[in-house]
Design a protein around this ligand. Structure first.
Ligand code: SAM
Ligand code: SF4
Length: 322
């Protein structure tokens, strides 16, 4: 079992399979490309899987594949199948922007993918074009429908931003409610790669908008989830991911692996240790030791929740997978 220095059990590994993306979201990588990591520097699926296996042996029960855009990586279903075949009980999930999903949704499900989180910041094509810098909405909506048809459990992620898409909070909620999909609103996390002009909405501001139309009940933080959940009068549940709240990190159960083999203990900080050499040399004991060190040194809290902090995180979301 992996327990960090603050007595939190780490049982969730997020694996970013690529930092590359076909979108240029304003809050993530509006100005790419500067330079991508050359493809030959990335770990192969076999190498990533060698590490995932070690993590599962040490008590990881949930693996989420993310990016960049993970569906850009060729043969992703084969990676999913490797993890599923090793342990069919692992909670195997994907986070994607959905653009390339429709044609492969069924294949991913058959390979063992159980759940998928899809980003949907707007239902308006022109706004999508403004956020992503490309005309993407129709493909994304097709991807959502294809995942539903394939029988996958879906959650939608929306990052509300002032003056950009905050007028669509209710619309996105209603879209998800009609499809019986859970939506999670994510507080924008300031970082040095994002468009500096963005202002996010706080969880209280998001709730205020929802409260203009619905009564809701606070049902609190759910086990092993970063979301604070709320329930409408008719039983529909939605979440808000609140990294600016002081208690957000108290139940953090996750670490992150990048496509280049860096293990990252916290989304906010630059600290990371590479398992690449160990995995490439087949030295799995060394990789296991690094995993334990990274868990041991996991920071207590991010610094978005610290009102005194005016530093901006220089950790790129497209590298860590959010
Ligand atoms: N490309 C995929 C996608 O967009 O879903 C997976 C990677 S993306 C980095 C994972 C999640 O991080 C997405 O839900 C995205 O909205 C979120 N994200 C990225 N940058 C963010 C930021 N600055 N603040 C809050 N959420 C962010
Ligand atoms: Fe790509 Fe996801 Fe970042 Fe948007 S949030 S640029 S879709 S990695």
């Amino acid at each position: 079992m992996l327990i960090d220095g603050f007595d939190r059990r780490v049982d969730y590994l997020r694996v970013s399979v690529t930092e590359r993306c076909n979108f240029r979201c304003q809050y993530c990588m509006p100005d790419k490309p500067f330079e991508w990591v050359p493809k030959e520097n990335l770990l192969s699926f076999e190498q990533l899987f060698s590490f995932v296996k070690i993590a599962m042996d040490e008590g990881v029960t949930k693996v989420r594949i993310t990016g960049g855009e993970p569906l850009l990586r060729h043969d992703l279903d084969k990676f999913i199948q490797m993890i599923h075949d090793h342990n069919p009980r692992v909670d195997l999930a994907l986070t994607s922007n959905g653009y390339l999903l429709a044609p492969v949704a069924r294949k991913l499900k058959e390979a063992g993918l159980k759940r998928i989180n899809l980003s949907l910041d707007t239902l308006d094509s022109a706004t999508a074009q403004k956020i992503v810098q490309k005309d993407v909405l129709a493909h994304v909506l097709e991807g959502i429908d294809a995942a539903l048809e394939a029988g996958m459990e879906i959650k939608i992620n929306m990052v509300p931003m002032k003056g950009i898409n905050d007028h669509e909070i209710l619309e996105i909620l209603q879209y998800c409610k009609a499809k019986e999909i859970v939506v999670r609103f994510i507080e924008y996390m300031e970082n040095s790669f994002a468009n500096a002009a963005i202002t996010g909405l706080s969880s209280d501001e998001i709730l205020k908008v929802i409260g203009t139309e619905y009564d809701y009940e606070d049902i609190g933080l759910q086990k092993a989830s970063p979301s604070h959940y709320y329930r409408l009068g008719d039983g529909y549940k939605f979440g808000i991911i609140e990294p600016h709240k002081d208690d957000f990190c108290s139940s953090c159960n996750r670490i992150r692996l990048t496509a280049e083999g860096y293990l990252i203990p916290c989304l906010y900080f630059d600290e990371a240790k590479s398992i690449k050499d160990a995995i490439q040399a087949g030295d799995f004991d060394r990789a296991r030791t690094i995993l334990k060190e990274v868990v041991r040194d996991k920071p207590e809290k991010n610094r978005w929740s610290d009102p005194e902090n005016d530093e901006i995180s220089s950790r790129a979301f497209y590298e860590t997978g959010g």
